[in-house]
Design a protein around this ligand. Structure first.
Ligand code: SF4
Length: 257
């Protein structure tokens, strides 16, 4: 079975517990305003690879991630847009006893139950809790993402929720309060993180001759992100607490227990 890969990172530190081998799958149908990887968008791009060859590579990295309690994270682009290839790789990882995560906005297709059976952790990129704003931020309707979210909830898969805060777009206190409300409705969430918008991918747009929609928007300040994290924590209630992320010196929110 073959699939399209954008790239592989062997020492990922933020996409799941421990050290991760991160496989970036090619292809995404969303067009998030802040996307710093527009080179992952085209479905036909990237390198065509055999699942068996990919697993051979993963096995080579295994000593690094295994000692740290890490594993493999399938990211993108949107990994759910290659569901069969993703499933094949997840199965192979689980046969080898490797911890698996998928980093997704939920914007794929197909039935997700099989995929979730072999997924230990979902890193869910919650674009926006309001349907109109979801459309504004991503260029697509939220229904596909909600379908995946429901499947993950039904499967009881452990979930980390991540949300990008952009100055003037997703940094309002009202929005953070309704985001907290949405997160509180979800089960199996063990970690929540606000990610500050940065402009690091902007030069890729220029190189690819694509208009960068957030031109002129400042990067999100670390200080404001921390303040919003505090508000989010307060809104999430007593079942959550804040913890320092040593690798990025930022704060994230964890669920007690
Ligand atoms: S889902 Fe991810 S890869 Fe796709 S456009 Fe949004 S940020 Fe970019």
């Amino acid at each position: 079975m073959k699939g399209r890969i954008h790239s592989i990172e062997s020492m990922g530190l933020v996409d799941g517990p421990g050290i991760r081998t991160v496989i970036f799958l090619q292809g995404c149908k969303l067009r998030c305003l802040y996307c710093h990887n527009p080179d992952t968008w085209q479905m036909g791009g990237g390198d065509l690879v055999e699942a068996d060859d990919l697993i051979k590579k993963i096995k080579r990295y295994r000593p690094y991630f295994e000692r740290s309690g890490g594993g493999v994270t399938f990211s993108g682009g949107e990994p759910l847009l290659q569901p069969e290839f993703l499933l094949e790789n997840l199965k192979k990882c689980k046969e080898l006893g490797i911890h698996t995560a998928i980093d997704t906005a939920g914007y794929g297709f197909g039935e997700y139950d099989e995929i979730l059976k072999y997924t230990d952790l979902v890193l869910f990129d919650l674009k926006h809790e309001d349907p109109k704003q979801y459309l504004f931020v991503t260029g697509q309707k939220e229904d596909k993402s909600l379908k995946f979210l429901k499947a993950a909830q039904d499967a009881g898969t452990k979930m980390w929720v991540r949300h990008v805060v952009i100055p003037g777009i997703t940094d309002q206190v009202d929005h953070i309060i309704s985001l907290a409300k949405k997160i509180k409705e979800l089960g199996h969430v063990t970690k929540v993180e606000l990610l500050p918008y940065h402009t690091m991918g902007e030069n890729k747009y220029e190189a690819m001759n694509i208009k960068y929609k957030l031109e002129g928007v400042e990067q999100m300040s670390k200080k404001r992100t921390e303040e919003l994290t505090e508000i989010l924590l307060k809104e999430l209630g007593p079942n959550f607490y804040a913890e320092e992320n040593e690798t990025s010196s930022s704060t994230f929110i964890k669920k007690i227990g």
